[in-house]
Write a protein that binds this ligand. Structure first.
Ligand SMILES: NC(=O)C1=CN([C@@H]2O[C@H](COP(=O)(O)OP(=O)(O)OC[C@H]3O[C@@H](n4cnc5c(N)ncnc54)[C@H](OP(=O)(O)O)[C@@H]3O)[C@@H](O)[C@H]2O)C=CC1
Ligand SMILES: O=C1CO[C@H](CO)[C@@H](O)[C@@H]1O
Length: 290
């Protein structure tokens, strides 16, 4: 089983450098996929309420713990606060619902999914949430990001979450956050791959001790299954000449080269796969420079 190194967070906790992404993991196979991922060595799971599979992910985790594959404290469970729950009084209730769905009493990392506040939609009316409100429109909320962040800090101080994350924030928003936060965030999650290198943002985070996690490490490939135009108009990174040459030279797959490209830059990765073999191969990329 490949051993995955950890990244040290600025609060002394550790986060695996390679984890498993749960967006677009099919509901009917999700519990088995998570169980199998734990079996082959994954310890970090990256979920979110809008992925609509937190209960199934929790079922996979519970089964793995019951079968003695892993203990809760060996796992690193990540979830995210959706845009429609930014109002400060909504943050704790939704986090508690998500914890109950996963069947755990804390998240290792809870992330503000986007710096975008949308109108509240009662989870009893519609869940999982999406970009649209109950009328099918995208409607902003006035919740200031300072209030949302303060509510995240309260979750942290209450022990419901062991680290605070932000996602899709740029450098300016991070500098702004530094002016009002009590706890500097432990992690930032961003789109990151050879078409979107984000050099300055990664360096800014390093200088602040904020760990960076890449999403969509395979670039446009993620959008192939959504049939999106961006996936059709751009050369897939798996077909890129340089990526292919490096893969051949090192007897690795293009996917492994892309993941290793990130981990060599000390950026964590969370590839998603609904396929057992690809899921296992994606974990075997983590050799880390000392
Ligand atoms: N914070 C945020 O806003 C966002 C966070 N995320 C997180 O990041 C995770 C990863 O990003 P995601 O966008 O899902 O995309 P990925 O970069 O992980 O790509 C997933 C795609 O690549 C395919 N794939 C996976 N492994 C291989 C392989 N070894 N060889 C060939 N193809 C492969 C998958 O197909 P198949 O399943 O058939 O293998 C799927 O089509 C998400 O699951 C989610 O947890 C993602 C987007 C935004
Ligand atoms: O994390 C996610 C993946 O990206 C999507 C947007 O393209 C988001 O809606 C989703 O929350």
């Amino acid at each position: 089983m490949p051993s995955v190194p950890n990244v040290k967070l600025n609060n002394g906790k550790e986060m695996p450098l390679v984890g498993f992404g749960l967006w677009k993991v099919n509901n009917d196979t999700c519990a088995d996929t998570v169980y199998n991922a734990i079996k082959v060595g994954y310890r970090l799971f990256d979920g979110a309420c809008d992925y609509g599979n937190e209960k199934e992910s929790g079922e996979g985790v519970a089964r793995a713990i019951k079968d003695g594959l892993v203990k809760r404290e060996e796992l690193f469970i990540v979830s995210k606060l959706w845009n429609s729950f930014h109002d400060k009084e909504q943050v704790k209730p939704i986090c508690k619902k998500q914890l109950a769905d996963w069947g755990v009493d804390y998240f290792d990392l809870y992330v503000i999914h986007f710096p975008i506040a949308l109108k509240y939609v009662d989870p009893k009316v519609r869940y999982p949430p999406s970009w649209q409100d109950a009328d099918g429109k995208i409607t902003p909320s006035k919740a200031p990001i300072q209030d949302t962040y303060a509510a995240m800090e309260e979750l942290y101080d209450d022990g419901l979450i062991k680290a605070i994350g932000i996602s899709n924030f740029n450098g300016a928003l991070i500098l702004d956050l530094e002016r009002y936060c009590k706890h500097v965030p432990q992690a930032l999650q961003i789109e990151h791959h050879p078409y979107l290198v984000q050099k300055d943002l990664v360096e800014l985070c390093k200088s602040r001790g904020i760990a960076v996690t890449a999403y969509s490490s395979f670039g446009p490939q993620s959008f192939v299954e959504l049939d999106m135009a961006s996936a059709k108009s751009t050369e897939l990174l798996f077909d890129n000449k340089t990526v292919k040459e490096i893969a051949e030279k090192h007897k690795k797959s293009p996917a492994q080269v892309l993941l290793r490209w990130a981990t060599q830059r000390e950026v964590a990765v969370i590839p998603k796969s609904n396929n057992k073999d690809r899921l296992a191969a994606n974990l075997d990329v983590s050799r880390y420079p000392s």
